[in-house]
Write a protein of this length. Structure first.
Ligand SMILES: Cc1ncc(COP(=O)(O)O)c(C=O)c1O
Length: 421
C-alpha cells in the first residue's frame, strides 16, 4: 500500500481545530467514526478530488450526494461564473429562479409550486410548518433512523450524524419541542395505523425518506410505500417525501414517482443546487398557496432564490435532463461495484452488509473498528468513501468502469490488510 504524504492536511486540520468547533463546520466531516485526521479537499474534477498534499482520490462522498455530475462540470462552472458577474444577490424574484422552479415542476408532475430555501433542513422545516398550517394539526410521524435535517423536533431517533456519533438525541432540545414528533418503525403499517387511531385527528403529516440514505441505504417495498401513502390520505394527513438526497438522484425527478406514490409535499436539496447550498419544497397550488404572502403560513429568508445558486441548479438539471441515460449507467456501475466489494469480502469469509439503490450504496462490516481499518486503507490507496457506515456513498455521472475496477482492486488489498489486524 502506497505511503501518502499528509503534512499540509495535518497542519491545516490542526489550525482548523483552533478556530472551528471540532475543526469542522459539520460533525461527520471530522472522521470521528473512523478515527484519524479527516481528508481535507482542496479541489475536485469529475469523479476525482485532491487534498492539500496533492493526493488524489476517487470520490464517493460527492459533497454528501450533491455533486451528481462530478466536480467542476465545465458547463455549470461557465454558467455560474457568468451569473456572478451580474451581481450575487438582490433579494428579489429573478428569472433563473422561475426557470428552475418550472424545470422542477415539469420533472415532478405533482408539484405545481415551489418555495426555495437555503438547505435541506430549511426545506423540511418549511414543509412541516406548511403541513401543520394547512391541516390545522400539530403532530407529525417520522421513522426511526431517518434523518430530516437538524431542526429540534426532527432529531428524535435520527440517522446520519447522530447515528454516526451514537447520540440518541441532541442535547439542547427541550422535551416539549419533540412532544409533537411521534417516531414509528419502518415496515410496520399496523403500528402506524395504531398511532393514527390513538392520536385521532391530530397528525398533520407523515414524513419519509422514500429510499433511506442516512442509516445506510435502506430500500422499501413499493407496496409498503403506496399503502403508507393511502393510510396517510385516509387519515387526512399530508405525506411529505423528504427527497433531499433522492430528488434527481435515482432518476430525473422525485423518487416517489418511481414507486407510484404521490406525496402532498416534496423536500429537495443537494442536487437541485448543483453543488451550492439549496433547499426547496413544493406541492400542489392548493397547499402551497397557504404560504405567505398568499396565506397565513409564514416562512422567509434573505438569501433564498439566490441567482448564483439557482443558476448552478438550473444548469445541472438541464444537463441531467438531456443525459438521462446516464442514470442507468451510474446505477449499473454501482451494482458492479457493490457486487465486486461483496465478492472480495465474502471470498475472505468476512461478513459485510452491502446495500445499494440507483447510484447510492452503503457498506457495513462486523465492527466499527474493522470498518475504520478498511476505510483508512482505502484512503491510503486513493479511494475516498463516506467516513461512517451510516452515511451513503454516491457515484456521479463522471465515475467510469475504470474507477469501479480500481476501487474493487483497492478493496481487495484493504480487506486483506484489515483481516490481518
Ligand atoms: C433526507 C435528508 N433530509 C434533510 C437533510 C438536511 O439537509 P441539509 O444538510 O442541506 O440541511 C439531509 C441531509 O443530508 C437529508 O439527507
Amino acid at each position: 500500500v502506497a505511503r501518502r504524504i499528509t503534512i499540509n492536511n495535518r497542519r491545516l486540520f490542526s489550525e482548523a481545530k483552533h478556530y472551528l468547533a471540532g475543526g469542522v463546520s459539520s460533525p461527520v466531516r471530522s472522521f470521528g467514526y473512523v478515527g484519524g485526521d479527516p481528508v481535507l479537499i482542496r479541489s475536485g474534477k469529475g469523479a476525482m478530488v485532491c487534498d492539500y498534499d496533492d493526493n488524489k482520490y476517487i470520490d464517493y462522498v460527492l459533497s454528501w450526494g450533491a455533486s451528481i455530475l462530478g466536480h467542476a462540470d465545465p458547463q455549470v462552472a461557465r454558467d455560474v461564473s457568468a451569473a456572478i458577474t451580474r451581481g450575487t444577490h438582490f433579494g428579489t424574484t429573478n428569472d433563473i429562479e422561475v426557470d428552475l422552479a418550472r424545470t422542477i415542476s415539469e420533472a415532478c408532475g405533482f408539484v405545481d409550486k415551489i418555495r426555495f430555501v437555503n438547505s435541506g433542513t430549511e426545506a423540511v422545516m418549511g414543509a412541516v410548518r406548511l403541513a401543520r398550517g394547512y391541516t390545522g394539526r400539530d403532530k407529525i410521524i417520522k421513522f426511526e433512523n431517518s434523518y430530516h435535517g437538524h431542526a429540534d423536533y426532527l432529531l428524535a431517533k435520527s440517522g446520519s450524524g447522530l447515528a454516526t456519533l451514537q447520540i440518541p438525541a441532541s442535547a439542547g432540545v427541550p422535551q416539549e419541542f419533540i412532544n409533537a414528533t411521534i417516531v414509528a418503525r419502518h415496515g410496520d403499517l399496523g403500528a402506524v395505523e395504531n398511532i393514527f387511531n390513538k392520536e385521532k385527528g391530530s397528525i398533520a403529516a407523515v414524513i419519509i425518506e422514500p429510499v433511506g440514505g442516512n442509516y445506510g441505504v435502506t430500500t422499501h417495498d413499493k407496496k409498503y410505500l403506496q399503502d403508507l401513502a393511502a393510510m396517510t390520505k385516509k387519515h387526512d394527513a399530508l405525506l411529505i417525501s423528504d427527497e433531499v438526497i433522492t430528488g434527481f438522484r435515482l432518476h430525473y425527478g422525485a423518487a416517489a414517482q418511481l414507486f407510484g406514490v404521490v406525496p402532498d409535499l416534496v423536500c429537495l436539496g443537494k442536487i437541485v443546487g448543483g453543488g451550492l447550498p439549496v433547499g426547496a419544497y413544493g406541492g400542489s397550488s392548493r397547499i402551497m398557496d397557504r404560504l405567505a404572502p398568499l396565506g397565513d403560513v409564514y416562512q422567509a429568508s434573505t438569501f433564498s432564490g439566490n441567482p448564483i445558486v439557482m443558476q448552478s441548479g438550473l444548469s445541472t438539471l438541464k444537463i441531467l435532463k438531456r443525459s438521462s441515460g446516464e442514470y442507468e449507467k451510474a446505477a449499473k456501475r454501482t451494482q458492479d461495484l457493490t457486487l465486486g466489494l461483496y465478492k472480495e469480502a465474502s471470498s475472505r469469509g468476512l461478513g459485510v452488509k452491502l446495500d445499494y439503490c440507483g447510484s447510492m450504496f452503503s457498506l457495513r462490516f462486523k465492527s466499527r473498528k474493522f470498518f475504520a481499518r478498511v476505510h483508512r486503507s482505502m484512503l491510503e490507496q486513493g479511494i475516498y468513501l463516506s467516513p461512517s457506515e451510516f452515511e451513503a456513498n454516491f457515484l456521479s455521472f463522471s465515475h467510469t468502469d475504470e474507477h469501479v475496477k480500481k476501487t474493487i482492486t483497492a478493496a481487495s488489498a484493504a480487506l486483506e490488510k484489515a483481516k490481518g489486524g
